[in-house]
Design a protein around this ligand. Structure first.
Ligand SMILES: [Cu+2]
Length: 189
């Protein structure tokens, strides 16, 4: 009788011990390092969206609040540069070529004074502003730019983030200023 009771207690203790060790798992050193890596930004890759709009002249043409930075390229100068070069250098993504690993986050940060999009496209093309497409020499609108959701418009200071799950090459462009482009090469984990 006492032997049977004893083995019963031992079995209970064994189950409790297993439950305990399972509960302890999230505190293991490797889990702690993973948490540290994501806090430190080790799993995040960033693209910044830049422009150099001059608020006085841009807001006069596009409306109040269209440009929220200080100083820069006047609207007329912007149009002149676009007419001459089919792009305006200060309106760009940086970097334009980025490598990362599957499982990492791709973050887009609007560091400019205008609204931009960071839109994944099958092929680079025109955006949603016909006049800019024409001056940029991109008459064929990228289909992805015709399906934008409100959240795709990144206001100054805004950021978007997505986890890249598959390896391969992805193309991103602004659907307002379609010469703003970046290519992201994603390798296996
Ligand atoms: Cu843009």
């Amino acid at each position: 009788m006492s032997i049977r009771l004893c083995s019963c207690v031992l079995a209970t203790l064994a189950v409790l011990a297993m439950a305990c060790s399972r509960d302890a798992q999230p505190l293991s050193p490797s889990a702690g390092l993973d948490t540290f890596a994501s806090i430190a930004g080790g799993v995040e890759r960033a693209v910044k969206l830049f422009d150099a709009c001059d608020p006085a002249s841009f807001n006069a043409v596009l409306g109040a609040g269209a440009c929220t930075r200080n100083g820069g390229v006047t609207f007329q100068n912007f149009i002149d540069q676009l007419t001459a070069h089919q792009s305006v250098g200060a309106w760009h993504f940086a970097p334009t070529m980025l490598t990362m690993k599957a499982g990492q986050n791709l973050v887009a940060i609007n560091a400019g004074g205008e609204t931009h999009t960071f839109t994944e496209v099958e092929e680079f093309g025109g955006g949603i502003v016909a006049n800019l497409n024409q001056l940029a020499g991109l008459p064929n609108v990228a289909p992805e730019c015709t399906q934008l959701q409100p959240g795709d418009f990144l206001r100054p200071g805004a950021r978007s983030s997505e986890t890249e799950d598959e390896s391969g090459v992805e193309k991103y462009q602004c659907c307002i200023h379609p010469w703003m482009k970046a290519e992201v090469r994603i390798s296996e984990k």
